[in-house]
Design a protein. Structure first.
Length: 279
């Protein structure tokens, strides 16, 4: 009877212990995938005389599997603390999930065992800090100002880093324009939502996240007609993401003014100049 009562309680395991379990399981999964090499499967589907070849990449499947594990694990950590939480916790799961997906895709490309070990260790540290930051941001009422500031800086910095990392990777691999637009539109949209969601209801930040996603998609589509390098396209996308995100946050915080537009306009102009200089 006592065992049944303990299992029925959602907070019997402390948040720190759950965090350790989540990070450990994901690192074990990354290590096993890097050691065990599975072949790529190709299927030919025929229907009504039309044949279509589908290539099933094990790397992508493992990345999605571990990303789903990171998503559910972050949710378990966020809800394991008895302190009250904000009612909209879903966007807090974005950064850990994308971090694990990105790490899975990158670690498989590292050649030497030393680089692989460093990458695996770095992933564990980044994942630990990222889930801790998201767990802090989900607390209601808010924690002390210094703790809240650290969590906000880390979470937003990780969102920017993930957008830049995915942009570099997606622009570098041979994909069609449609796939690039779809992937970066989705990634920019959910990352924008993950930054704007702090202390803001979903009905307020969702339209701005959609605007960020559409702007990113349109920009990536235009890149297909411009002679830009992978680095130039990634930096331009990051600059536009930062500008729209900053204006949206100023509007939500009721601090939007001509000075804010001037500041972000200057940032965009400097970014374009830097990209032109890189070219």
């Amino acid at each position: 009877m006592m065992l049944k009562q303990k299992l029925s309680q959602p907070n019997t395991v402390p948040a720190a212990e759950r965090l350790s379990m989540v990070v450990s399981i994901i690192l074990i999964g990354l290590a096993l995938y890097s050691i065990i090499h599975l072949p790529t499967r190709t299927f030919i589907i025929s229907w009504l005389g039309i044949s279509m070849t589908v290539t099933l990449s094990v790397r992508v499947l493992v990345a999605m599997l571990l990303g789903g594990l990171a998503l559910s694990g972050t949710g378990a950590v966020v809800h394991s603390n008895p302190q009250p939480r904000t009612r909209y916790t879903t966007p807090f799961w974005v950064n850990p999930t994308l971090l694990v997906i990105f790490s899975t895709l990158i670690l498989a490309r590292l050649g030497t065992p030393l680089h692989w070990a460093i990458g695996l260790l770095t992933t564990g540290v980044l994942l630990w800090l990222t889930i801790s930051a998201e767990n802090t941001l989900s607390l209601e009422p808010a924690p002390p100002p210094k703790t809240m500031l650290w969590a906000q800086i880390w979470s937003q910095g990780m969102s920017y880093t993930l957008l830049l990392g995915f942009s570099l990777m997606i622009f570098a691999v041979p994909l069609t324009s449609g796939w690039r637009v779809a992937l970066l539109t989705f990634i920019a949209g959910i990352l924008g939502a993950s930054v704007l969601r702090v202390r803001v209801p979903a009905t307020a930040y969702a339209p701005f996240a959609a605007i960020i996603a559409l702007a990113a998609g349109q920009l990536v589509w235009v890149f297909g007609y411009m002679p830009l390098s992978v680095l130039q396209m990634s930096l331009l996308l990051l600059a536009v993401f930062h500008v729209i995100l900053g204006i949206a946050r100023a509007h939500l915080e009721h601090t939007l003014s001509v000075r804010v537009f001037a500041e972000y306009g200057t940032v965009l102009a400097v970014s374009i100049a830097v990209v032109w200089w890189l070219g």
